[in-house]
Design a binder for this molecule. Structure first.
Ligand SMILES: [Zn+2]
Length: 341
């Protein structure tokens, strides 16, 4: 097993004083990864070629890209109430895409079995026409579109465990029967979408799966949702590759949400995803960082995830406790809706 790993190096040029989506997030992750001798031994670096604006144009409208370029060329500003740019944000956004593309290429060409992109800003809220939620480009959706365009990959599954609903990724593939998008998220919470009834549209009906979870659901709820919904849905879909929007803001210490996941809980999610990828799509799992706003919790959770992807240490311990009855019912309802039970 080889795990490819890369980070965007110039990310600190995208920063705004007092904003939660800040360079310290990634700096702390890289400090922890650098200090971990086992990871340094196991992780494989990749060469990253530069990306140009043709890459985000696979998903975003010309007008969308021009709006960002214009604001950045004027020195930066706000794209919406939450989403800032600086004079260097296009460059940072493209470097994020370049890193994720290089890692996807390593996996698809067989040089690595799985990969993790330590990149920022996140991407999963950016819709084809609207930047939002700290996101400039819809990173994972763009990489999925690129894999289809460049590598001829047809069936792609995307699992998004960021605590916020991945509305942007969902929008990109809402009508697409060949891309399964599955999001687990706190609900209600920003951006407000991600209800059970959002199942896709037209030919894509049934290939969008939302698992909204109540605040304070913890490791047991996620474990149960994986058993009842995530694993059976992915196995039935038979993807050629599994993309993961790996956001860590469901951690109990995160300031932007009220979930109660632990770093070990994230390790278990990654273990389960790796296990599914082993069986469903020849181990091909491509993970990219999304949210996670407590830098220490983020770094510990990414480290635990990387241990799982590289196969370091024993499998994470399984918390066998059951979720509370209401949460269990909600998860069972999703399984029933998609006839996974
Ligand atoms: Zn988030």
């Amino acid at each position: 097993m080889a795990t490819a790993f890369a980070a965007n190096q110039a990310h600190d040029a995208h920063a705004k004083a007092g904003h939660a989506e800040r360079p310290e997030r990634l700096e702390r992750v890289l400090e922890v990864v650098s200090a971990d001798a086992q990871l340094q031994e196991a992780l494989r670096a990749v060469d990253v070629a530069t990306a140009d604006l043709e890459l985000p144009a696979l998903v975003h409208s010309e007008r969308y890209i021009q709006t960002i370029v214009d604001q950045v060329e004027s020195g930066g500003g706000m794209l919406d109430a939450d989403t800032y740019t600086t004079a260097d944000s296009v460059q940072v956004g493209l470097e994020t895409l370049a890193v994720q593309r290089a890692l996807a290429d390593a996996v698809l060409s067989g040089r690595a079995t799985n990969s993790f992109a330590a990149t920022r800003p996140p991407g999963h809220h950016a819709t084809p026409r609207q930047p939002m939620g700290f996101c400039l480009f819809s990173n994972v959706a763009i990489i999925a579109a690129w894999m289809r365009h460049q590598h001829g990959v047809e069936r792609i599954a995307i699992v998004d465990f960021d605590v916020h609903h991945g509305n942007g990724t969902q929008d990109v593939f809402y009508h697409d029967p060949d891309t399964l998008f599955l999001s687990l998220h706190q609900h209600p919470l920003y951006p407000g979408t991600g209800g059970v009834k959002e199942t896709g549209s037209g030919a894509g009906t049934g290939t969008t799966i939302n698992v909204p979870l109540p605040a304070r659901a913890g490791d047991a709820a996620y474990r149960y949702a994986f058993e009842q919904v995530v694993a059976p849905a992915l196995e039935a879909f038979e993807p050629e590759v599994l993309l993961v929007s790996a956001g860590y803001d469901a951690h109990t210490d995160d300031p932007l949400a009220q979930m109660q996941l632990s770093a070990e809980g994230f390790a278990l999610l990654c273990y389960r995803l790796r296990d599914i990828a082993d069986r469903a799509c020849s181990e091909r799992l491509i993970a990219a960082l999304e949210g996670g706003y407590d830098a220490d919790a983020l770094a510990a959770s990414v480290q635990a995830s990387l241990h799982v992807l590289t196969g370091i240490g024993a499998p994470p311990a399984v918390d066998e406790s059951a979720p509370d009855a209401t949460t269990k019912q909600q998860i069972d309802d999703v399984a029933r809706l998609y006839q996974l039970d």
